[in-house]
Design a protein. Structure first.
Length: 378
């Protein structure tokens, strides 16, 4: 495992940071939090022109053919800028699902359009009544009909469903409510009759919806993968999503450290910079310690996933550790930067709110600690 970035990866990181520095300011992010769409068409188009949506699309489908490590590096830069919009739901969740289990016909139809920025995707997995994260706990039912399936039930926390062209729905086609072998993934056109969306207010300022499926009809050819095989694919998708969220958190933590250390060098108290005081020095040092550990385990988990190695423990460790680390770094960032950093006009609340939201997305630390305990035989 080599942590040294290639020349191309360094160039991609630099270009992404320069673009986001001018196009995705804190003011723009705050504006998008109150915007109904959550992202402007112009911003989405500019990202598409940079081939960001094509990053992990295979070359034969007009993509860049990048690795999961490439995606992690891009998400790190996006987390550093709190990028709004449906990139994560489309690229991390949607493309992973289609590449992982889509047929050749589905890939040829969808991937070039996604790569070009023409299509937005979303994934509907979590459900009403689940108190803890469990992607296999599926009760939304898909019943076979003459020419396809009829889906009924409600999904929660469906990211960017309001702008999605397709929603990938995990529905139960057989078995009990927690049986992974009875889950099937369906590609549902967002214009299908019977879909009902209700906007949810979130601490992270992102756009999530409650999505109701009322006699939603889906044709057989819109199954992703094989009937009843969705649980296996969903596990892979959720692991990629968890590592991707870790990468976003690493980027956000990096920016919080940069803001805090810059403030500590400039802010004067008792005739000297506050960074000369041991308490502030230790705060910043602790932030860096947590950040470097977070980056290492995120890259390791991403590399193992990319190489199809068994990494349940590594992914669970990364999500548990980085979630806690980001929250601690954000809290220390507020302490270092003082009262002004709690004002809505300051950038710090963007990061502390996202730290709280990311910690529970795709499973909280309690979920992953239980998973780790099981993996080590406890």
């Amino acid at each position: 495992m080599d942590f040294i970035l290639t020349r191309e990866q360094k160039s991609m990181q630099k270009a992404a940071r320069e673009f986001l520095r001018t196009e995705c300011t804190g003011e723009f992010v705050r504006e998008m939090e109150t915007d109904d769409a959550g992202c402007t068409p112009e911003f989405w188009r500019k990202m598409a022109q940079l081939d960001w949506m094509a990053l992990t699309v295979p070359e034969q489908y007009e993509g860049v053919g990048g690795s999961l490590i490439d995606l992690v590096l891009m998400l790190e830069e996006m987390g550093r800028a709190c990028v709004p919009g449906p990139f994560f739901s489309t690229v991390v969740l949607g493309i992973t699902a289609i590449v992982e289990c889509g047929s050749d016909a589905q890939q040829r139809k969808l991937l070039p359009q996604i790569a070009d920025g023409q299509l937005v995707l979303s994934l509907a997995a979590a459900e009403v009544g689940t108190t803890r994260w469990n992607p296999n706990l599926i009760t939304v039912e898909a019943v076979a009909d003459s020419d396809g399936f009829v889906i009924n039930g409600t999904k929660l926390f469906v990211a960017d469903a309001h702008t999605a062209d397709y929603i990938i729905c995990a529905a139960r086609t057989s078995g009990d409510s927690a049986d992974p072998t009875g889950i099937t993934l369906f590609l549902v056109d967002a214009g299908t009759a019977g879909l009902e969306l209700k906007s949810l207010k979130t601490i992270g300022g992102d756009k999530q919806s409650e999505v109701g499926f009322k006699n939603v009809r889906v044709r057989k050819e819109n199954i992703l993968g094989r009937l009843g095989d969705g649980g296996t694919h969903l596990k892979r998708i959720m692991q990629v999503a968890a590592v991707g969220k870790c990468a976003e958190m690493v980027g956000g933590a990096q920016r919080v450290l940069e803001m805090s250390s810059a403030y500590a060098k400039e802010r004067q108290q008792f005739g000297k910079p506050i960074g000369s005081f041991q308490a502030i020095q230790h705060h910043c040092a602790n932030m860096l310690i947590d950040l470097e550990g977070s980056r290492y385990i995120t890259y390791k988990a991403a590399w193992m996933l990319d190489n199809r190695l068994a990494c349940d423990k590594e992914v669970a460790t990364a999500k548990a550790w980085v979630s806690e680390a980001y929250k601690k770094i954000a809290a220390l960032g507020h302490q270092v930067q003082g009262g002004a950093a709690f004002m809505a006009e300051h950038d710090m609340p963007l990061f502390s709110r996202r730290a709280a939201a990311a910690a529970v997305t795709f499973g909280d630390t309690g979920h992953y600690r239980e998973a780790i305990a099981g993996l080590i035989g406890l």
